[in-house]
Design a protein. Structure first.
Length: 237
């Protein structure tokens, strides 16, 4: 690998970042993971306030980092991690709005696949529609971890939407096609993993329900959002 670091968006040098990176949209959530899950974390990035740290967890070297909001943001960071820093595995932990009636606030959604209304896949000039999917081994480990930890979860398809505020979200149509929840990044992450020959998984916490209008309180977010982190850090990387 030719050393092209630091990159325009990550100030680390080659070797500063582990082969496994657990990412969150909010860089402060990455800081929380570093402080609560990693031993001896060392900060490797603060470019644009997108915090990143490398440390150890159960004897394994792991990095955590923010990725920002939306497909363009996670696409840039995951591309640079995969292509310039030798990262092999990225697990995204984030929030999602539920579309399935059997999902409840605080439940986990493990994204087996990710539909999208983004045009991100057009760059690959494929003669059809690409279906972005997770790495099966990571997905299987995540479901096993949920079972062992007693965490309620569902596995299935999510929607990675380019739009947060929309006058016509069409949630009923997506729901009828079996979409479990709406988030904003998984599809690009899965495409970048596929294009680079690497692995990715997205684990989501239901923060609100788009059918019932239920939303989590700040206290509920503090107590339930760590579940997806517990699962992510329990995987065998």
């Amino acid at each position: 690998m030719t050393d092209q670091t630091p990159t325009p968006h990550i100030g680390a040098r080659l070797g500063d970042i582990a082969e496994t990176v657990i990412m969150a949209g909010d860089p402060l959530r990455a800081k929380f993971m570093a402080e609560n899950f990693l031993e001896a974390p060392v900060q490797f990035n603060n470019v644009r306030g997108m915090l990143g740290f490398t440390g150890a967890h159960n004897g394994h070297r792991i990095s955590v980092m923010g990725h920002g909001m939306g497909i363009p943001s996670i696409a840039i960071y995951s591309f640079e991690l995969y292509h310039f820093y030798g990262v092999k595995t990225i697990v995204r932990v984030g929030s999602a709005g539920a579309l399935h009636p059997d999902l409840h606030l605080g439940d986990l959604v493990i994204a087996m696949g990710a539909c999208t209304n983004s045009n991100y896949a057009a760059q690959y000039e494929l003669p059809g529609t690409f279906a972005p999917i997770a790495d099966y081994r990571l997905l299987r480990q995540a479901t096993d971890a949920c079972e062992q930890l007693g965490i309620p979860y569902k596995v299935g398809n999510v929607l990675s939407s380019d739009v947060f505020y929309s006058p016509n979200p069409h949630n009923d149509k997506w729901g009828k096609m079996g979409i479990l929840a709406v988030e904003m990044e998984a599809a690009a992450l899965y495409m970048n993993a596929a294009a680079s020959g690497n692995r990715a998984l997205t684990i989501l916490t239901v923060s609100d329900h788009l059918l019932t209008g239920e939303v989590t309180t700040a206290e509920e977010r503090q107590t339930t959002f760590t579940r997806m982190m517990d699962v992510a850090f329990s995987l065998n990387y």
